[in-house]
Design a protein around this ligand. Sequence first.
Ligand SMILES: Cc1ncc(COP(=O)(O)O)c(C=O)c1O
Length: 321
Amino acid sequence: MFLNTHFPNAKKYWYEGKFYDWSEAGFHPMMHALHYGTSVFEGIRAYRTAKGPAVFRLPEHNDRFLVSAAVAKMKCPYTKDQIAAAITSTVRENGLDSCYIRPLLFYSYGNLGLVPKACPVELAISAWEWGAYLGENAARGVNAFIVPQRRVHHTQFNMTAKLGGVYVQSTICGLEAREEGFDEAIFLNMEGRIAEGPGQNVIIVKSGTLITNGRSESVLEGITRTSLLEIGRDLGYKTVIAPITKEDFFGADEAFYCGTAVEVIPIVTVTDGSGPAAPRVKHTIGTGKPGPVALGMIKAFGDAVTGREPRYEKWLTYIGK
Ligand SMILES: Cc1ncc(COP(=O)(O)O)c(C=O)c1O
């Protein structure tokens, strides 16, 4: 019996064209993806708006989903439109106004050799009310920890894809940061510069300019990050995509994590644990409190996703009740 204790208001999941009760399990232990992480996924949010629930940047998420499938050499049996229809029907079926949506495409039950030659590619979609990813207090600012492990390098794996197996590194390092008493991890890349969080991008602010890094820095170029850069420009900030050194980060006026799950969360301190043998140094970012730019971006992003700012309605897919 699968309880929805950690998936508030999840009632049904979609699997291969049909809805199943949340508590119903039909998955076999020999499914390929369970063993080797041979799945790709998306993280999407829908928000309550005056015109009913709306999915934020659904076409962009689905484009990335299909890119991820291609990187994993999966033949996706669904078109982009079919995936979009399945996603919106999952939100409707669960009667959710505001939720997180998780499409998962995976090599299913067939054979267990590393080459999944007899495994069909299957799609499952779940939706539930996922509140504050880093906890209710995170809006006051979080303490980040630069983990010793370097982010998987873009020459080793195409980091524009969201492949299940690659997230093992995110899980382990996220746990490590928490074991050390911090709220969240930050990875350096192989070059020793700031990469990203386990499931978030990082944006810093210096003298009114928003600075974030690009794919050559071994990061996923997040859809939230791209949206915030556009919102930031509209608010009159300069935006720059460039490598971020540790010194840039420690000396920033402000810094924040951004991503679909976390949305926008200020980082108020960062502790450098990247040299396992070196002493750890804690750096306060700016004043050590959420700064005016981060607070302004949180407000503007909130207005965009909930349709309160008409300029960004282009990013919303209304799904009706
Ligand atoms: C590793 C990583 N970086 C960044 C992001 C932020 O991406 P997005 O804003 O598209 O959710 C995510 C979340 O999907 C992620 O998993």
